[in-house]
Design a binder for this molecule. Structure first.
Ligand SMILES: Nc1ncnc2c1ncn2[C@@H]1O[C@H](COP(=O)(O)OP(=O)(O)OP(=O)(O)O)[C@@H](O)[C@H]1O
Ligand SMILES: [Mg+2]
Length: 254
């Protein structure tokens, strides 16, 4: 019996004549910290869009925990346990930091509209549990002291972390991070690496991350897949792949 959490088989998509991704095969085991790298335009974000239902594949399929997810809607796939962050931060800028995380919690914490209107005991109990859970997640990223700030007023690096906290609030099986360290200074990147390791270890999370920062990739990813022109160029143990002459050439040729 396979322990794979995510398995894609010949996954691909074409836009008009352009094959953005083709024959993409990837197996990620439960609890793995896995990297997806490659030059600009290689098709990395497109793979996230395929895995989250934003795009429907024109070939192949993906399975999460033994169930086919390709063909399902983004909401269904989220409920199945795939959460993501975006290359360009997408937060509710006019909501507080705390409320941004609580939005993610609505997958698992529920009260009815009437409970809300009449402020029933169930409403207060659920709200209290949500506040506690949200604060616990914010604490992971050292954001608990900024819980009442507007998201828009957080510095950029902290907004990136808040987005990860919100994705975690949906209690995913698989967390997809699209360039989480983009725009961060070396200090913030180091903290982020510690955060990502902590999430994997403490929450038993499986993480697939896209990243251009090779120090981060080699620091935390056990295995990587290199994408080039929509196709897998190399796949395997991180240090070995990063030393592959074909991989080095693809990056230098950028
Ligand atoms: N909706 C779309 N319509 C047409 N072409 C698209 C669409 N989405 C992606 N592409 C094309 O697919 C290719 C891969 O894009 P993608 O955004 O996945 O690259 P990437 O590896 O994430 O690059 P980067 O490192 O710059 O973020 C590009 O040529 C892009 O223009
Ligand atoms: Mg991208």
């Amino acid at each position: 019996m396979s322990m794979a959490l995510l398995e894609t088989k010949n996954l691909g998509i074409s836009f008009g004549g352009l094959k953005a991704v083709s024959d993409f095969n990837l197996t990620i085991e439960k609890g793995q910290l896995y990297g997806l790298i490659g030059p600009n335009g290689a098709g990395k974000t497109t793979i996230f869009n395929l895995l989250t239902g934003v795009y429907k594949p024109t070939e192949g399929m993906a399975e999460l925990d033994g169930e086919v997810i390709t063909g399902k809607s983004p909401v269904e796939i989220c409920k199945h346990g795939v959460a993501r962050t975006f290359q360009n931060i997408r937060l509710f800028k006019d909501l507080t930091v705390l409320d941004n995380v609580k939005v993610g919690l609505h997958n698992n914490y529920k009260y009815s509209l009437l409970d809300g209107i009449f402020r029933t005991p169930k409403y207060f109990k659920t709200e209290k549990a949500m506040n506690e859970k949200a604060l616990e997640l914010l604490k992971v990223f050292d954001l608990d002291n900024e819980a009442q700030f507007l998201a828009a007023n957080l510095p950029y690096g902290k907004q990136r972390k808040l987005e990860i906290a919100r994705a975690l609030a949906t209690e995913p099986k698989l967390l997809l991070l699209d360039e989480p360290a983009a725009g961060m200074n070396p200090n913030e990147t180091q903290e982020l690496m510690d955060n990502i390791r902590f999430i994997r270890d403490e929450f038993d999370m499986t993480i697939l991350l896209i990243e251009h920062d090779m120090r981060l990739v080699s620091g935390i990813c056990e295995e990587v897949t290199v994408l080039n022109f929509g196709q897998v160029l190399a796949q395997g143990e991180t240090a070995q792949v990063l030393n592959d002459p074909a991989v080095i050439k693809a990056y230098i040729g950028e």
